[in-house]
Unconditional design. Structure first.
Lengths: 170, 152
């Protein structure tokens, strides 16, 4: 095994599926379809806390794992994803995920139907993302994430969330 | 402690031919899958330490078994802890239609765990032992940090 494969975490947006490498960086849960990761982006596109029992949502964030320049000797497979397991803002803000094979332009989420709470994907019960990658440019299935905010959420900048991922290579 | 590439593998085939892992940057010719005719002829698989403080790990494959070898990379958004790899070495065999699997999970600090499932228990303890960055020190406002505002 010459060198570890170059596996990048990619954020996708727009009708044309524009790709942005976010390995080692992050994503903004906002009310716009982009993969920018700045304070200004979040300030310009905040999620408005609902006044009533109707939840507010972020735009979907479409992520995938993609092979970069350095290919694996044989394959990269068994992609897993998990969070820290703790509720955000006493459970008034919730992050959700789902996996899918086909890209659709990200939209403003209106429900968490079809999604699973990230708190359910823990170190002991990781979520799987399908894909076996061999050559540069190949990518896994998509991991789609949204943020849900209820009327009791605290105003201002939320604490940063950390998401973990793993993959097996040989 | 080196968190990546702290071992190199070495294989001894049934005919006693020795196959070494290729050098960094070189293409690896030995494939760990069924397309490689020599994959089924591995007799011994060793991990040879590339740093001080680790021991060589050698697996002698039982008859009619197949090698399992992967490196598991664990990372996170924002790089709050450094990316690291766990070496996974073992064998798989089907005896009277029953599948047997034996895997060792070898961590960068030299600890070895044999786990029945795919999740070695030591992983979280090892992650805790790594240096962690303060989230506020991460440049560029990385991570998922939404801004919420009250309806006006």
């Amino acid at each position: 095994m010459a060198s570890p494969a170059d596996v990048n975490l990619i954020c996708n947006y727009g009708a044309g599926q524009t790709e942005t490498a976010i390995t080692g960086a992050g994503i903004d849960f906002i009310t716009a379809d982009n993969c920018t990761n700045t304070s200004g982006n979040r300030t310009s596109n905040p999620i408005t806390i609902p006044a009533d029992a109707t939840n507010a949502y972020s735009y979907e964030k479409w992520l995938k794992f993609q092979l970069g320049t350095t290919e694996p000797d044989t394959q990269v497979t068994n992609f897993k994803f998990w969070g820290g397991g703790a509720a955000i803002d006493s459970g008034n803000v919730k992050d959700y995920y789902k996996t899918t094979n086909t890209y659709v332009q990200p939209a403003l989420a209106t429900t968490n139907d079809g999604y699973t709470a990230v708190t359910a994907a823990t170190a002991g019960a990781k979520a799987s993302v399908a894909g076996t990658l061999n050559t540069s440019g190949e990518a896994s299935s998509y991991l789609v994430m949204i943020l849900e905010v209820n009327s009791l959420a605290s105003q201002g900048n939320m604490d940063q969330q950390t998401y973990n991922y793993s993959y097996d290579e040989n | 402690m080196q968190l990546l590439e702290y071992y190199k593998w070495q294989i001894i085939l049934e005919d006693k031919t020795v196959v070494d892992q290729s050098e960094p940057g070189e293409k690896e010719l030995f494939k760990f899958n069924k397309d490689n005719k020599l994959f089924g002829k591995i007799k011994t698989f060793s991990l040879v330490p590339q740093v001080k403080g680790l021991n060589q790990i050698t697996l002698n494959l039982p008859e009619n078994s197949r090698l399992i070898y992967f490196r598991r990379t664990i990372a996170n958004t924002g790089d709050l802890f450094p990316k690291f790899q766990i070496n996974m070495v073992g064998w798989q065999s089907t005896i009277k239609n029953v599948n047997f699997k034996y895997i060792m999970y070898i961590f960068p600090d030299g600890k070895v765990e044999i786990a029945e499932d795919d999740e070695p228990k030591y992983t979280e303890e090892f992650v805790s032992s790594l240096p962690h960055r303060n989230a506020s020190d991460i440049p560029g406002c990385t991570g998922c940090k939404p801004s919420l505002e009250r309806k006006k």
